[in-house]
Design a protein around this ligand. Structure first.
Ligand SMILES: N[C@@H](CCC(=O)N[C@@H](CS)C(=O)NCC(=O)O)C(=O)O
Length: 138
């Protein structure tokens, strides 16, 4: 199969798996798990020196960073459909993509960690609420 997606679904690899589904792509899902240390194994570091997932290998073209991957996949496989063709529309797609990554992601992850991921005795409901209701505008 030409496209490989590395990373488990309970990671940011979910974004890329979702994009691949939206585009109707055939892909191989390589379940590299951040929780087992696999992301720090030499074979994975050769793909992404940051030791993170997701990573894709699209017929020999290796790319990491979830949003860069999604914009690449959308443009390559969804131009004129999921991916806009007019310059201004493309810029809006970048705008909202960067906004999500730089303005929203941290708060969402903080709320997630304190609601579901941290052990119950390490969760802070007030921190979760504050993160959830933090406006993007500061
Ligand atoms: N900015 C990166 C973040 C990637 C990232 O932090 N991935 C986590 C899983 S959600 C990871 O691979 N952690 C494993 C590790 O740090 O060893 C992206 O969006 O792709």
């Amino acid at each position: 199969m030409a496209l490989k997606i590395y990373g488990v679904a309970r990671s940011r690899a979910f974004r890329v798996l979702w994009m691949a589904k939206e585009l109707g792509l055939d892909y191989e899902h390589v379940k590299v798990d951040f929780a087992t240390g696999e992301t720090r194994a030499p074979a994975h570091l050769a793909l992404n020196p940051n030791g993170h997932v997701p990573v894709i290998d699209d017929d020999g073209f290796v790319l990491w960073e979830s949003m860069a991957i999604n914009l690449y996949l959308a443009k390559k496989y969804g131009a004129g459909g999921l991916y806009p063709t007019r310059l201004g529309d493309e810029a809006r797609a970048w705008q909202w993509s960067f906004w999500g990554m730089t303005e929203v992601e941290r708060s969402v992850l903080t709320a997630l960690m304190h609601r579901a991921v941290h052990p119950a005795d390490k969760r802070d409901a007030a921190a979760a609420d504050a993160a959830q209701h933090k406006p993007a505008r500061r």
